[in-house]
Design a protein around this ligand. Sequence first.
Ligand SMILES: C[S@@+](CC[C@H](N)C(=O)[O-])C[C@H]1O[C@@H](n2cnc3c(N)ncnc32)[C@H](O)[C@@H]1O
Length: 680
Amino acid sequence: MDQVLENAVELFKKIEENEKKNQSIKPFLRPGSKSFFEHDFRIRMFNNNSNKNKKTIELKQTYTCIKKHTSYKKWEDFKKITLKEMYVNKVHEGRYLEGKVAYEPFFITAIQSLIQDENGDLEVFSVYNLNRNYDEDPKLLLPLGATVRIKEPFLKMAASGNGMFSVRVDSPSDLEIVILTEIPKSIQDNSILYEKFNKDGNEFFSQKKFLQAIRSYTKALTFKDCVKSYSNRALAYLKLECFQSAFLDAEKSVHLEPNEKGYFRLGLSLYNMRQFEKSLEQFEKCLELNSKNKEAKQEIKKCHERIQETKGIYDFSYLIRNSGKDNLRIDVADYVSDKIEIIDIPKKGKGVIAKVDIPKNTLLVGSKALSISYDCEFLSRYALIAYNLLNRTVDKNSQCLNLLNLIYKMRNDPFLSEQVYKLYGGNNFDRDQKINPSIIDTERIENIQTFNAFKAEDFRFIHEKNFDSSGVWYYPSYFNHSCLENCMRIYFSDFVIIYTGRDIKQGEELTVSYFPLESIEEREKISKQFGFKCTCEICEMDRKDSVFNKKRQEILKDIDKVKDNFDSKKIASLVEKVRNTYKQRHKYKYDLIKPIGYLGNKLLQEGKVDEGLKCYIEIFDLAKESGYHYIAIRTAIIIADSYQATFRLNEAKIWRKKAHDYFPFDPNFKDYLKVSQSFF
Ligand SMILES: C[S@@+](CC[C@H](N)C(=O)[O-])C[C@H]1O[C@@H](n2cnc3c(N)ncnc32)[C@H](O)[C@@H]1O
């Protein structure tokens, strides 16, 4: 077994043992000497530095932290606690811990340092989810000497600490950091110091050290309220994608004195928070001050395009051109049709219904992911193993990374945060309770991700593992599942459109399929993870058909084993066997799709083109009837391509039209649907 995995398993065992042993620990007796802690820290630092070349990512919270989130409450509602009073593996409800950062912090899986309380007692202190930027200097995020306050502190057995404990913070909004500026308060309006810090800020900025630049501008601003420093700090925030902070600074800058750069940066922060109308206003103000500002003109054009999109007017050629492997995130606005609404659906939570009759192929929703991560963006598989062991999960790279990204984005964009908190996060959370968007409740966010994350199944890289993804979309998250979906989803990188796959009656629920139409067992397994049991017509029929279904699955398994070695005749006889299991049933014989696909492939390989095509035509009909739209489109294209290749251009045209009927919005859509013949 891989050494890394072995080490991780060891680590995992140790945590479990320690947790068991310490279940009954009462007041915790700590050695309390600073030199002891510093010695331990040096060892950790050494281990950490020896791994310097391996990039690692910070980890999120563990499930062992059963702490309920308390940021909804005010600081005044909590009573102070000191380290001496704390217990191990206990959440100290209604209390807060205050202390100073007593050691230069560093990253292991979280930012780690020592906290020293008012009695001079020390404890290790770990902060998770504080920042996404791995190259960031932790000393800047949690500076030595800064005062910190932690709500409902949790003294936890530390995973990396050989029996050490640490005061652990998972949700950054449980923590308040007072950063010392090292500037005596008595010095007021010192323009020399202002110049010095402002210059430092510019220097750091030019070196792309944006966090340092922000710190310097902040110091500079304590001496003088200056338009330029606010505006420059806004730009540094923009570089770090901290859009809300950028917005506040740019706003201060133009408030002090209307200025071109200030309006431009205000426009950019609003644009990035997807407030296109408001953003347009700022770029126009910028142009009023300088009618020759080319960049502002370009941004105005983009704003107009986005505003058109919010009306459902999309340029699909633009979407196709600007999405794909080279561009995993597309600049596009959201749209929701006024023909649909979100209501409570019995036994399903919320869902989407049609307010009026809606014809087939009506665009209902266009939505860009609130956050998305791709497998190819992951930094370290070591971190993934540790992450899964600590969390007792089997999350993929993209899922783990997306949680971190989502948290980061929520901290920097209140509009986005507000949308995330509206989504279903399991029954333990009251979703109607209004949450301050600046609160980061990692447990809740994680639950929201569990119930609402999907992968962006962009046709163009659907088979490539590296492009596996995990994203969260806002409006699409309200669509419930049905194996017999009546809507279709098409992805353009991280942008998805949802439209009706057939005519819909007023009041009918609109559904999409969360997973492929595999066997009922497989579907039930996945839907159980989502916490529901599908009751669509196909599922009900499958459940009634259980004896034949079992037989069918056995034959399908056999076919899988032999499909590469058998010729078309032998495969055809196995297909017949599957067909026989459907004798009692006249509808939804979707399990025939795969074996007939194998047969069609084999026939094409043997040069029996017409027989092969007959198979594909049957697949098209089966997929169409079962509402398995993706397969229907792909099959129609394969058929069209095969006719084209054998110069039967008329048939090719007919089949291209059938594929195109599934997506009537743009004549060039066929370019998007370049699928490989090797699909089956
Ligand atoms: C993406 S959300 C869909 C919207 C959700 N119903 C809500 O209230 O926001 C997924 C969750 O919806 C519920 N759900 C989805 N499809 C369902 C179905 N067919 N039957 C029952 N519950 C369903 C499950 O709780 C699932 O975890």
